[in-house]
Write a protein that binds this ligand. Structure first.
Ligand code: ACO
Length: 389
């Protein structure tokens, strides 16, 4: 059987708190007018609850995608979380999502390719599916960049927002789905957009904290120039690889970083009609890896993507990286979820939360037991050595 990979479920989540440009003008020296005209952003969503993090946003988007697909979390073979703001350096945020979903049959890993990460993740999922290593893969882009933002730096704090978007890709005999990709990197530009400290190059210290090295640093103009070039080039290449022309493409969903980048790359350089380019950055700002899946979900919900349509997803980001994918939208069967099913899933997630807590408790008890035994063996060894001496 020929194996194709199709999107069968999609979901998104953004925090409730809206931070407007006027709110930002109260914090740093900026204005609604500057932000709107230089970036196209009007407002963004920000996490305020300390118990929320990238994994909790990702989990909400993942649950929405499962509901849309009418799939149980046990159907997932792999969970890929693309993020630049993971809960921890390790364990992977994907593992926290796997646990929160009760996706007991799934492997899980994080993918770091900044804003291109979601499209990289889709390409990895496609590879797993067509090679027969997995049948059903969840790909999530999720960020809580507000916790890595220097709120006194007007060059960056006006740009970013929090959110998560997810798709489920599944094997199918039906041609179409994920057709082609163009993934690239240019590490010579690594310093143009980075979070300098907290890794092994610059471990956390009093000095790194004092110098604000745990916040996003960016050379905005250089990133802007890179972005306008690669977005157009990657789009052209992925369309070529698929054996299509831009006229065949019904919709382009670009990374929602800055409306001026989208206008000068996709619309001007490619001479692509503006009405066939999806933009929602005015409401969410740049949500990094989450921006493309959130835009895809909204485009689908608004009826901008129809069965059989060719759609290009294209992004760029820190690394430097870029990624484009060409998909042909299938005719996914959207499941109507009854109240009873909602109740069942809520109960499922509660049961798995309890199961996790129980396993943690068991591990602690085992550690106590083995810990005591190991110490007494060490004691015995020391005694033996003492006796020989
Ligand atoms: N409010 C008011 N003035 C500002 C602000 C602000 N928020 N930010 C910068 N300025 C000032 C600058 O200080 C500068 O003043 P000066 O001329 O007196 O020096 C002036 O505005 C123009 O600054 P530029 O940097 O030239 O502004 P530009 O038009 O390039 O816009 C921006 C800046 C929005 C950052 C743009 O360069 C950009 O979008 N770059 C790409 C950034 C991006 O997409 N990053 C995310 C990548 S994805 C990822 O991996 C997370």
């Amino acid at each position: 059987m020929a194996r194709y990979s199709h999107i069968v479920g999609w979901g998104m989540y953004v925090p409730e708190k809206v931070l407007t440009n006027d709110d930002l003008a109260n914090i740093v020296d900026t204005s609604d007018e500057w932000i709107r005209t230089r970036t196209g952003i009007r407002e963004r969503r920000i996490v305020t609850d300390p118990s929320e993090s990238t994994s909790t946003l990702a989990t909400r988007a993942a649950r929405a995608a499962l509901e849309k697909a009418g799939l149980s979390p046990t159907a997932l073979d792999m969970i890929i979380v693309a993020t630049s703001s993971p809960d921890h350096l390790f364990p992977a945020t994907a593992c926290l999502v796997q646990d929160a979903l009760g996706a007991v049959n799934a492997g899980a890993f994080d993918l770091s390719a900044a804003c291109s990460g979601f499209v990289y993740g889709m390409a990895m999922a496609h590879g797993l599916i067509v090679s027969g290593q997995a049948d059903t893969v969840m790909v999530i882009g999720a960020e809580v960049l507000s916790r890595l933002t220097d709120w006194s730096d007007r060059n960056t704090c006006v740009l970013f927002g929090d959110g998560a978007g997810a798709v489920i890709m599944q094997v199918s005999e039906q041609p179409g789905g994920f057709i082609a990709s163009d993934l690239g990197a240019d590490g010579s530009g690594a310093s143009l957009l980075s979070l300098p400290a907290g890794g092994t190059r610059l471990p956390a210290s009093e000095e790194t904290v004092r110098n604000g090295m745990h916040y996003i640093k960016m050379d905005g103009r250089a990133v802007f120039r890179f972005a306008t070039r690669v977005m157009a080039e990657a789009t052209r290449r992925v369309v070529d690889k698929a054996g299509l022309t831009l006229d065949d493409v019904a919709l382009i969903i670009p990374h929602q970083a800055n409306s001026r980048i989208i206008e000068s790359s996709v619309i001007k350089q490619l001479k692509y009609p503006k009405e066939r380019v999806f933009m929602n950055l005015d409401r969410y700002g740049n949500t990094s890896t989450a921006s493309i899946p959130i835009a895809l979900v909204e485009a689908v919900e608004q009826g901008r993507v129809r069965p059989g349509d060719y759609v290009v997803l294209v992004g760029f980001g820190g690394g430097l990286t870029w990624a484009a994918a060409l998909i042909q939208w299938g005719a996914p069967k959207v499941s109507e979820v009854s109240r009873w099913q909602r109740w069942f899933w809520a109960a499922w997630y509660r049961v798995y939360r309890t199961r996790s807590a129980y396993r943690r408790l068991l591990r602690r008890l085992f550690a106590l037991w083995f810990g005591t035994r190991e110490r007494s063996e060490e004691e015995l060894e020391r005694l033996r050595r003492l006796r020989k001496e």
